[in-house]
Design a binder for this molecule. Structure first.
Ligand code: AMP
Length: 446
């Protein structure tokens, strides 16, 4: 899945131990990805790293493998000195901006380190603190956390401290530096040892990332998996200029033209994800929404439906555009043009991964031209137009209008029912098949 390296042929040549090489083989990783090939030898040497790489580049392996190797070495060295296994330590901490990404990172650590019995704990918000406290009690080697929840545990969970930490990873550092996390991050940096290795990964190099790099890393080696704002050659990017009033109709037209593809449709608002998913369902398309408004379990439920192929259209906000490991998306549609052009790069990065081809189509209406031009400027090129005959598109108008009307009614009706019952179950989500387990239990009990 990740982009292959051109120079290095094997994981062995990177200096990895046999048990880790075997773990890579078990995951079906035949050769190191570019970022892995470049990062791992420096990391094994004990250098700090800055990696400019996106999800899909294999960056998790690039930091997880050297950390696991260091853990094996640490245990072996202590054992030979003390004559017995050392007490378990919180060896590495990975900070992630989203819960989903944290879970995926922990899964990769677990998979790569299963033969050495690595223990991981995921400390993220929106999940029961008690369960996480129990996980901390098992003395995990690796902690993958979102900053706020990690701080909560550091201040309230007895016996939990990162004073012995050896490795800190800041994943998606550009996103870790938004207002929401910045303060927590500062607090965390105060309570971990200065004598440690730090790996910082970021999709983009912003001023804030540079500042963090200076504050946090020592003589780091910089590695870039792809140039800053480039998109890969196998990605076919197009725009479709359309009148705002027919946007939905154009969208449905494109989706039906490419009906067998796996598609991510990006919208600006959470409400739009749900509304569009309902419209698509009413038209017989297999769509599921995912957005920041959904609970953790709902998001994972929706993502799993998409991953399993039960739904082939994921309607999402930018929350889903980064971090999530969603394999093989054939098409990305920008239903709303992102006002921040860098988000465009992240969005379209969900397709055309690892040498595969992919399509990205941006729907641009008369009000979004300015944003669209900014994107072209960032890409340094003009994009070709997606050819759609308006006459042909508007053949769908009646059906789409009816589907929208039904969806609006459904949302209104559900909102009304919810108010009347004062319940917390959300029938639109039930209808879309993304109700979380907790509320379904509640329903049954009624
Ligand atoms: P990441 O960028 O770390 O989120 O990884 C993206 C995907 O690439 C994950 O599904 C990994 O399992 C996969 N992957 C990572 N490294 C390799 C590799 N060397 N060969 C093949 N797939 C890989």
């Amino acid at each position: 899945m990740a982009e292959e390296s051109e120079e290095v042929k094997s994981f062995k040549e990177l200096g990895l131990r046999d048990e880790l090489i075997e773990a890579c083989e078990n995951l079906g990783w035949k050769t190191p990805s570019k970022i892995q090939a470049e990062a791992i030898p420096h990391a094994i040497e004990g250098k700090d790293l800055i990696g400019l790489a996106q999800t899909g580049s294999g960056k998790t392996g690039a930091f997880a493998l050297p950390i696991l190797q260091a853990l094996i070495d640490y245990v072996a060295e202590r054992e030979s000195k003390q004559g017995h296994k050392p007490d378990p330590v919180f060896f590495a901490c990975v900070l992630s901006p989203t819960r989903e990404l944290a879970i995926q990172i922990a899964e990769q650590f677990q998979a790569l380190g299963s033969s050495i019995g690595v223990r991981c704990a995921v400390l993220v918000g929106g999940v029961d603190m008690m369960q996480q406290t129990l996980a901390i009690g098992k003395r995990p080697h690796i902690i993958v956390a979102t900053p706020g929840r990690l701080l909560d545990h550091l201040s309230s969970t007895k016996g939990f401290s990162l004073r012995m930490l050896k490795y800190l990873v800041l994943d998606e550092a550009d996103r870790l530096l938004n207002e929401e996390f910045e303060k927590s991050l500062d607090e965390i940096l105060k309570v971990i040892p200065r004598e440690r290795r730090t790996f910082l990964f970021s999709a983009t190099m912003t001023k804030k990332v540079r500042k963090l790099q200076r504050a946090c890393l020592r003589n780091p080696v910089k590695i870039e998996a792809a140039s800053k704002y480039s998109t890969v050659d196998t990605l076919k990017q197009q725009f479709c200029f359309l009148p705002a009033k027919h946007k939905d109709c154009y969208l449905v037209y494109i989706l039906t033209e490419m009906s067998s593809s796996t598609t991510m449709v990006f919208t600006r608002t959470c409400d739009a994800t749900r509304f569009l998913a309902l419209v698509f369902r009413n038209l017989g398309l297999r769509a599921i929404p995912i957005s920041g408004h959904m609970s953790q379990s709902k998001r994972l439920g929706a993502l799993n439906k998409f991953k399993a192929g039960e739904c082939n259209i994921l309607v999402c906000t930018d929350v889903a555009s980064r971090g999530l490991d969603i394999p093989s998306v054939d098409m990305v549609i920008n239903y709303d043009i992102p006002s921040n052009s860098k988000d465009y790069i992240h969005r379209v990065g969900r397709t055309a991964r690892a040498g595969r081809s992919g399509v990205a189509i941006s729907l641009v209406n008369q009000y979004e031209l300015e944003w669209y031009f900014q994107i072209e400027k960032l890409l340094g090129k003009k994009l070709p137009e997606y050819a759609a005959e308006e006459e042909e598109v508007l053949l769908l108008l009646e059906q789409v209008t009816e589907a929208k009307r039904l969806s609006q009614m459904k949302i209104k009706e559900m909102g009304h029912n919810k108010k009347r019952r004062g319940g917390d179950e959300d029938d639109v989500d039930t209808y879309l098949g993304i109700k979380d387990k907790k509320s379904s239990k509640k329903l049954k009990r009624k």
